[in-house]
Design a protein around this ligand. Structure first.
Ligand code: ADP
Ligand code: MG
Ligand code: MG
Length: 875
């Protein structure tokens, strides 16, 4: 079996085998770009390594040595040959790009002899020793597990003793002394000498890369991004090129377009006289790529042409790593660049306009989940604010939170639901759990391509980098900007789009959709076949829904209209009524109020269909809490035994006790209310019909769909339908306006789905209430499950996902399918949709499309997401 591939033996289609990095190095080699030669050890070799109990098998080892021989032949250098040493990098690379999650070793092959050879060969001893000390540090960190801290401490002390302020001031002799110190550290920490034999170095490194597949940060990153654990990583062995040979060398990273805004300009950074790690690790703050044009015009020209070529070749924005060695350009990596939602949309739309991709491809390029970022609030431009400092705008979005300086603490507080902003000199991949939990990240060092920035953009989190005005004192847990001191726990606000850091909390405003976003959604509307509606209970939400492009309202819950503080006393009067007359009187008071609500909602939707659900929750939800009431009654019994107030409260308590239920979720609610108190549903139906009459009078068109909740037996629906029809007739007679309406039901009880053929006889439409249907299918009470056992179920993989967030297609989905099939058997034209959380979740939306539903309905803010996801399901 072939486990090792030379760069000229692969291509970009072989990602699963060669990893993303290896496949793209092969592809770039084959299209003739200047890529240092090398070979890739496949992901299958990684799995082989784990199967053999963490050992490189003789077969794989053999293939590696053969490939090494070919590399030596190709470069004319030999590993460990002092007169002309081959030096290589050992680079991990998995199928999905995991920036900074895995470990890389540079300059492998250096030892006490080859370093001398390098010094003579290049006539640049300083460079040779600098490379050697970098190798010792990286190798020790990754392979020998000696913390970099010890090396950094030694270097810092050395610099201080010599009175240097930066590394370039160190001479060859200085580096030699540092190297001696480094070796001592290794000896002290590992009780062994630093390995001198290059082949031993090589195989130890390969093992370490395989091992790094299972380091903590890689595991966390995979979990976060739902990357399977069994894929394994490939290892790339590549001959070194050097960006640290002097001022005609350097290294950098660039995106072919701005990954933050999407603007079509080269966006990147570089450092002169440095090795690759220096840029991505965020240790030195680099120069913007534009300056390269004036510093090295020829290199810049070649580089920008290469960027263009790569973008055309891959037909997507690329994230490219490069190194310049004595004026010659080398490309070390390319991959599809991570980007913010804003950038994803702009790039997709502009690439269509530039003729690079078609509209369907553009639609598939934007992840619906990412759109949330754009529907978030922004800092109110008109708000008074004082800028504390300004850094690089690394990832847009605004955030307010308490300052913390430690990733563990950020995680702890974040998980408690506190809003924190992680402030660090720089972030390393080890901080990822803190970044996840924080609202935003701020660093005082590092550029826009540092790991902090890349990771934050990927997560849609606001991030500011390289804010050098921040003098961070980790020990004192504070930072200083000029005279101002900000302590741990102080509140700051940051704007990742401008790089501004401000003291305190700053007001924010509602989002607006950009022109490109609107255009993309228009394409989505053209492509999709699945309708998208919104859940909205009041005119404001309805307006939002309309603005975000909802094709109607899929669920208008009427109970919220009962919960308004001014109405609660009337609702209570209705509930406490001893007889029909009293109840009718209270309902008569409520009717005009509901009518007004409906008018507002119909108006906002401008003639689009509106599905109104009649009252659903159990009546005790509108009454005071039993315990609290009991306390009040007891107090009054002692203080004011003869009062009218006591008499009233006692009556209320009696009613509360009567209505109390063991299982409210399965209790007297939904259509069961209408069955026992028909006057309630009658009032609601009339309020809807009066609203229609009023608006029709004004010449507006209205498409009401009246929905009866929680039906389990066709007889329930039959009776409720008759009630609504009668109410309609009465109002039509009274007002003289004829109007159209539909009557349908929610399918949210398994029995309803299973007998949908009967139920369809009485229904014009079905709306699958997947929240309740999930509760009733699993037999989970949502309110109890999520807090008590569901989390453990998901962590232990008993369930793949939270079924209240992601539709359980196997179980709940089967009921939906059955309901649609049986319903349409009776009525082929039966309209079907879903409402509930699932209507705004992309995999559930795809399922709804495949099941043949007519529409999904979700919260107004998720409508754009659903429009896009519906298009993607169709494509
Ligand atoms: P990551 O996946 O963390 O980006 P890489 O394998 O890309 O790690 O390596 C990090 C950096 O090391 C790269 O940006 C590149 O500049 C540098 N590097 C890797 N291999 C070589 C090489 N053969 N020659 C010069 N620099 C290299
Ligand atoms: Mg890289
Ligand atoms: Mg329900």
């Amino acid at each position: 079996k072939k486990f090792v591939y030379m760069f000229n033996e692969g291509n970009s289609g072989m990602k699963e085998l060669l990893g993303g990095k290896g496949a793209n190095l092969a592809e770039m080699t084959s299209i003739g770009l200047p890529v240092p030669y090398g070979f890739t050890i496949s992901t299958e070799a990684c799995n082989d390594y784990y199967e053999a109990g963490k050992m490189v098998s003789p077969e794989v080892k053999d293939q590696i040595l053969q490939s090494l021989a070919r590399l030596e032949e190709n470069t004319g250098k030999r590993l460990g040959d002092p007169s002309n040493p081959l030096l290589v990098s050992v680079r991990s690379g998995s199928v999905f790009s995991m920036p900074g999650m895995m470990d890389t070793i540079l300059n492998l092959g250096m030892n006490d002899e080859t370093v001398e050879g390098m010094a003579q060969l290049t006539n640049n001893p300083r460079f040779a020793y600098d490379s050697y000390r970098r190798f010792i540090q990286m190798f020790s960190d990754v392979v020998l597990e000696v913390d970099v801290y010890f090396f950094e401490q030694l270097l810092e002390d050395y610099r201080e003793n010599k009175g240097y302020t930066s590394d370039p001031e160190l001479t060859a002799e200085d580096w030699q002394e540092v190297i001696a110190g480094y070796k001592k550290i290794v000896k002290e920490r590992t009780r062994k000498d630093f390995p001198q034999e290059p082949k031993e170095q090589l195989f130890l490194s390969i093992n370490a890369v395989f091992d790094s597949w299972n380091n903590q940060r890689a595991i966390v990153y995979r979990r976060l991004n739902k990357i399977p654990d069994h894929l394994g990583t490939a290892v790339n062995i590549q001959s070194m090129v050097f960006g640290n040979t002097g001022n005609d060398s350097g290294t950098g990273v660039a995106f072919t377009r701005n990954p933050s805004t999407g603007e079509n300009v080269l966006y990147g950074e570089y450092l002169i006289n440095a090795q690759g790690e220096d840029v991505v690790a965020g240790i030195r703050t680099p120069e913007p790529i534009a300056t390269l044009e004036s510093e090295m015009p020829d290199v810049y020209k070649q580089f920008s042409e290469t960027c263009h070529l790569l973008e055309q070749h891959y037909q997507d924005m690329q994230d490219i790593e490069f190194t310049v060695e004595r004026g010659k350009l080398f490309i070390l990596q390319t991959r599809t660049g991570k980007r913010t939602a804003q950038a994803a949309i702009r790039i997709a739309v502009e690439m269509v306009e530039e003729g690079i991709i078609d509209k369907n491809t553009a639609l598939l390029r934007v992840d619906p989940d990412q759109l949330n970022q754009l529907l978030h609030r922004r800092i109110d431009e008109s708000a008074v604010r004082t800028q504390l400092a300004k850094g690089l705008p690394a990832s847009p979005g605004a955030a307010t939170g308490a300052v913390v300086f430690d990733a563990d603490e950020a995680e702890e507080l974040g998980n408690e639901g506190k809003k924190v902003i992680l402030v660090r000199p720089e972030t390393t991949p080890d901080d990822i759990h803190g970044i996840i939990a924080a609202q935003a990240v701020v660093t005082s060092r590092g550029g826009m391509t540092s790991h902090a920035a890349v990771v934050a953009r990927g997560m849609g989190k606001a991030c500011i980098c390289g804010c050098e005005a921040l003098k961070i004192d980790l020990k004192a847990r504070q930072f200083r900007v000029g005279e101002t001191i900000v302590n741990h726990g102080d509140i700051i606000t940051i704007d990742g789009a401008t790089g501004e850091i401000m003291l305190g909390e700053i007001p924010m405003i509602e989002p607006q959709l950009s022109d490109e976003f609107q255009l993309l959604l228009q394409w989505a509307d053209d492509a999709r076949k699945l309708g998208v509606r919104a859940n909205a209970d009041n005119p404001e939400d309805a307006k939002k829904a309309f603005e975000f492009g909802a094709g109607g309202i899929g669920l208008c819950r009427t109970e919220h209209m009962f919960m308004d503080a001014k109405r609660v006393p009337i609702v209570q009067k209705m509930i406490l009524a001893e007889n029909y007359e009293e109840r009718s009187a209270a309902l008569a008071e409520l009717l005009p109020m509901q009518q007004g609500d409906f008018e507002g909602i119909f108006e906002a939707m401008q003639g689009l269909p509106v599905t109104i659900r009649l009252l659903d929750p159990p009546l005790h939800e509108f009454l005071p809490d039993k315990e609290e009431l009991l306390v009040e009654v007891t107090k009054l019994q002692i203080l004011n035994p003869d009062s009218e107030e006591l008499a009233q409260k006692e009556l209320l308590l009696k009613k509360v006790r009567q209505l109390d239920e063991f299982n409210p979720m399965l209790g007297h609610r939904g259509c069961r209310l209408g069955m026992i108190y028909p006057e309630i549903y009658e009032m609601q139906a009339k309020a809807i019909f009066y609203a229609i009459a009023t608006l029709s009078e004004k010449g507006m068109s209205v498409k009401p769909e009246i929905m009866i909740p929680l039906v389990g037996h066709v007889n329930e629906l039959k009776e409720m339908r008759q009630l609504v029809v009668d109410a309609a007739l009465k109002v039509q007679e009274e007002t003289g306006y004829p109007f159209d309406y539909m009557i349908g039901t929610m399918i949210e009880i398994p029995r309803a789905a299973l007998t949908a053929d009967q139920i369809a006889e009485e229904a014009d439409f079905f709306s699958f209430g997947t929240n309740d249907l999930t509760q009733t299918t699993f037999g989970y009470s949502r309110d109890d499950a999520e807090g008590k056992f569901l989390q453990a179920y998901i962590e232990n993989k008993v369930l793949p996902d939270n079924p209240f967030a992601v539709l359980d297609q196997e179980g709940v989905g089967k009921l939906v399918e059955t309901g649609v099939k049986l319903g349409r058997k009776t009525k082929p034209q039966l309209k079907t949709g879903i409402c509930g959380e699932h209507g705004g979740e992309k995999s559930s939306i795809e399922f709804c499309y495949n099941t043949g539903l007519d529409y999904v309905s979700c919260s107004p803010y998720r409508v754009p997401l659903a429009r896009l996801a519906a298009a993607q399901a169709t494509i």
